[in-house]
Design a protein. Structure first.
Length: 346
């Protein structure tokens, strides 16, 4: 029987990247939509980089039988420098978890007209319970959520195109933004995502059967991310004047599926936030609890209650501030992964 492990690998890859920012349209708006049609060039560049990075990481994990991102960092930078990058990664995981909490708050506020704090609290409690019982179901969750996201996003985009035509309300776009031009924005976008990808993918050695499956998983995952990003950017550019100011612009787009479609997408979006929150939060909890030598379950509870106040800063504000900052800081990791693979250090 032919192995299809690469499908599972690609779904985990996609699910790791597709969190609150991506699935809601907020990331695509900030990093690509602001540049108008030039944003498509940025998405193509980022998709190619995602395919390359995903394949490199998975092949390296298989070849070297790595058990976590610490092993990966040591193999690239050595013991001393890897400690510096580990601190950066831990801060990213912490910040990324806060963004997922904030995204949940935004969904409850914008879609269900409930308190922002209620959405944050519900995400915090559900993830905390999951942390207490580990995250063995992450693969199953991604296999369920990712196909729904693919179908939902593509369907919504096509409905908007059929109704409005390919007439972009933001055609020219800006020449430069907080992330630079469309090219630097693409690089920064991939570089900050490569941190969470590295953390999650470096734990998958047990389900990578061979080098070919590793390559296929990375390539297919990167290609799907490219396609998804394009189908998010198209309706965002068409409806730009109506959605650019919203925390969850894709929920506005979901109105084209009718009331039920909007409800369904709200649940899918929350599920995407949940899987990414679990990946970021558990990665941070597991590592920090070992460093400071505290019980992992106790630290899980402390971790959630510390992050809840930070999430109240706001979803779009956190993305605008944290993601470009982390992206710039993580560029050395992105470059090192590629160069280390070229020179066969990993």
């Amino acid at each position: 029987m032919k192995s299809r492990k690469w499908v599972n690998l690609s779904f985990i890859y996609i699910g790791t990247v597709i969190g609150a920012g991506f699935a809601s349209g907020q990331e695509i708006m900030k990093f690509f939509g602001v540049f108008g049609v030039k944003g498509f060039l940025g998405i193509i560049v980022s998709g190619i980089l995602f395919s390359i990075i995903g394949s490199i990481i998975l092949v390296s994990v298989y070849k070297n039988d790595l058990k976590g991102y610490q092993d990966f960092l040591v193999s690239m930078f050595g013991n001393k420098l890897s400690s510096v990058f580990e601190i950066i990664i831990l801060f990213f995981l912490f910040g990324g978890y806060c963004v997922m909490l904030a995204g949940s708050g935004a969904i409850f506020f914008e879609r269900f007209h409930l308190s922002y704090s209620i959405g944050i609290f519900i995400m915090g409690i559900t993830t905390m319970v999951t942390f207490l019982f580990s995250i063995k179901g992450i693969s199953i969750a991604n296999q369920i959520i990712v196909p729904l996201l693919l179908a939902g996003i593509i369907t919504m985009s096509m409905l908007v195109i059929l109704k409005e035509g390919l007439v972009f309300s933001n055609y020219r776009g800006a020449e430069i933004s907080i992330t630079g031009n469309w090219l630097t924005s693409a690089v920064i976008y991939v570089s900050y995502n490569c941190i969470s990808v590295l953390v999650v993918m470096s734990t998958l050695s047990s389900i990578i059967p061979n080098k070919t499956e590793a390559i296929k998983g990375g390539l297919f995952g990167g290609l799907c991310l490219l396609v998804l990003a394009i189908f998010i950017l198209i309706p965002l550019l068409i409806l730009y004047t109506d959605v650019f100011h919203l925390e969850l612009p894709m929920l506005k787009v979901a109105e084209y599926l009718g009331e039920n479609g909007e409800k369904i997408y709200s649940l899918i979006l929350w599920g995407a936030m949940f899987t990414t929150a679990i990946a970021n939060g558990f990665g941070c909890i597991r590592r920090v609890s070992k460093i400071i030598k505290i019980d992992e379950r106790l630290f899980s509870i402390l971790f959630v209650f510390v992050t809840i106040p930070m999430a109240k800063i706001g979803f779009s504000r956190l993305i605008s501030i944290l993601y470009p900052l982390y992206g710039i800081i993580a560029i050395p990791i992105l470059v090192s992964i590629i160069l280390s693979f070229i020179f066969k250090k990993i």
